[in-house]
Design a protein around this ligand. Structure first.
Ligand code: NAP
Length: 298
């Protein structure tokens, strides 16, 4: 009987887990048709790819970044691909007034917001921490505080639409990674802020979902330029990554791990074998001389 229980209980657990996950809703592109979506950092990289997927799905799109010429091209392409509407606002997220202004633009031009995708990332260096405190402060402004400012400004619209906030983070926001100290700090801050906020939304019955996206190495131009020579990992395709982010947001998932095997599985070690995980992380770096010197971090 004892042995039967030992087998039966884990078996029932597995059946229940399978039932829970297989019963969850699947993504359909129609879920985003006609939705009003704001994507930051969409002049290039993963953000640009998200804009194109949204356009194919027939969403109303508002994109932002600093480089106007690139935004113009992305907007044109979105219109060709079938976006319900596509617009841009250019400016820097170092400036909190600009961050709020982008949300006001969404209100003025789209009349509301269904999904806020916070994706932009400021330029940092890829190398040993150089002690530059001012750089850490500036990066916190761009990668963290502007996310907070936009969330606060967008919340009334998102409450009204029962909408979603999608926060693009990184493995470097869950585990200490070498050569990205300032970047990592900003990504850890996002987890603290948005995971706490999600708890408060539940307690206050605020029907706005928060999806935190934990990404591994993705083949965007800047990330590959900065890290490809040093990292012993193949980058994942940005087009697929962008789609997975949109799916997770539309399905109101709590977190996304992309790619799953390279992100979720190593994180299982974090609380029980942190030193082993640290070793595994370090073993993925190929070092020559005193360390990498490339100027930008992913
Ligand atoms: N690629 C990876 O391996 C990887 C891994 C983990 C997580 N992620 C995360 O995924 C997200 C997208 O990364 P990505 O690789 O696609 O980055 P990316 O190609 O470097 O694009 C970054 C975007 O942010 C904009 N941006 C930069 N500085 C800005 C500022 N001061 N104000 C406003 N916009 C600014 C850039 O446009 P402008 O220069 O025109 O302003 C661009 O549109 C980021 O949150 C990143 O942390 C990426």
């Amino acid at each position: 009987m004892g042995r039967l229980q030992k087998i039966l209980i884990p078996f029932l657990g597995l059946v229940l887990a399978f039932w829970f996950y297989s019963a969850r809703e699947n993504f359909k592109p129609e879920m985003l048709k006609g939705k009003r979506v704001l994507v930051t950092g969409a002049s290039t990289g993963i953000g640009e790819q998200m804009a194109y997927h949204l356009a194919r799905m027939g969403s109303h799109i508002l994109i932002t970044a600093r480089t106007e010429a690139k935004l113009q091209k992305v907007v044109e392409r979105c219109r060709e691909l079938g976006a319900a509407s596509a617009r841009y606002v250019s400016g820097t997220m170092e400036d909190m007034a600009f961050a709020r202004h982008v949300v006001e633009e969404a209100h003025a031009t789209l009349g509301g917001l269904d999904m806020l995708i916070l994706n932009h990332v400021g330029t940092s260096y890829f190398g040993y921490f150089n002690g530059d405190v001012e750089h850490v402060r500036k990066l916190l402004d761009i990668n963290f505080l502007s996310y907070v400012a936009m969330t606060v400004a967008a919340l009334p619209m998102l409450k009204e639409s029962k909408g979603s906030i999608v926060v693009v983070s990184s493995m470097a926001g869950k585990v200490g990674f070498p050569f990205t100290v300032p970047y990592s700090a900003t990504k850890f801050a996002l987890d603290g802020f948005f995971s706490s906020l999600r708890q408060e939304f539940h307690m206050q019955n605020i029907d706005v979902s928060i999806t935190l996206c934990i990404l591994g190495f993705i083949d965007t131009e800047r990330a590959v330029r900065a890290a490809a020579e040093v990292l012993r990992v193949q980058p994942a395709p940005r087009e697929e990554c962008a789609l997975r982010i949109l799916e997770a947001g539309a399905l109101r998932r709590r977190e996304l791990y992309y790619r799953y095997a390279g992100t979720r599985l190593p994180l299982l070690l974090r609380d029980w074998a942190a030193e082993l995980l640290d070793c595994l992380v370090r073993s993925r770096y190929r070092l020559r001389g005193p360390g990498p010197r490339a100027p930008a971090a992913p």
